[in-house]
Write a protein that binds this ligand. Sequence first.
Ligand code: C2E
Ligand code: MG
Ligand code: MG
Ligand code: MG
Length: 284
Amino acid sequence: YAKDHGKNQFSFYFDDLKTDAKRTFTLDSELRKAISNKNEFEIYYQPKVNYQKQQIIGMEALVRWHNEILGNVSPGEFIPYAEETGLIIPLSEIILEKVCLDAHELIGNGYKMPIAINISSIHFHQPNFITSIQQILERNNLPANHFELELTERTIMNNEKETTRKLILLKHMGFKLSLDDFGTGYSSLSYLVEFPLDCLKIDQSFIKQICSVSDKQAIVHAIIQMAHRLQMSVIAEGVEQRDQVKLLGEMDCDMIQGYYYSKPVPLDEIMEFLEFWELEIEGK
Ligand code: C2E
Ligand code: MG
Ligand code: MG
Ligand code: MG
């Protein structure tokens, strides 16, 4: 009996491995195909709200992948895979191109707020990162100050002169620079002074329990005060509840992003949302 049991466990494990391997195989070939066709990717947008003014001051671009075989694959799955395989470079360029097209559509409809783009660490550390991003913007006739780059601690935390040089250059070009998922990297705070960052994005994990766990609240409050002392603005991500909005406002958090206002939505829906928002404000 014990032997059978062991064998079953083994075969379950083996089945899992086979399923995983099969999925990775399909993911790999479908991702390569999607990158060469370019039409399976779509950019969704999530608004960023200024708390004091109750205005939409920007939006974040988040890639979506609709595949015939795999269905909707989450970026949490295919972005890390693309990073492992180097596919992130052509994929990032496709995303940038799509965001530029959408930016023209938005501007054409009177929505001139900046768009935030997530930058992969692998992409950022390419020697030609700056030239490639510059070329895409030039080709699309859009200024750098229409964009915000969201970088993570992992990306800029390497004590390399090259990183500082790139960030300063990007800042000079006009990009706004934000530190995404702030608080999840285990790094020293000294780089906050060293790098020309405009904004800290407090990670969702702190926001989730902000109303119920007083330690989380203390950390968030401290981050906000520190950022302001360092002339940076602060945005809270993953805000879902009214109580969280209220508390963050009381703690002087500059901006709010999360399902409370809107989940990420396709371009036409974000334009409807923006129109509706303006009507609401005018109505008040
Ligand atoms: P991120 O940049 O930190 O994005 C925030 C994630 O939280 C997004 O997930 C967003 O849909 C989700 N989110 C926003 N508000 C809420 C909320 O109120 N509650 C909850 N539970 N979640 C919320 P998504 O779109 O699945 O993206 C996951 C991650 O994948 C992103 O984290 C980013 O690191 C990466 N990613 C997404 N799009 C891109 C892209 O175009 N390029 C690159 N390089 N990375 C991307
Ligand atoms: Mg982000
Ligand atoms: Mg984040
Ligand atoms: Mg994240």
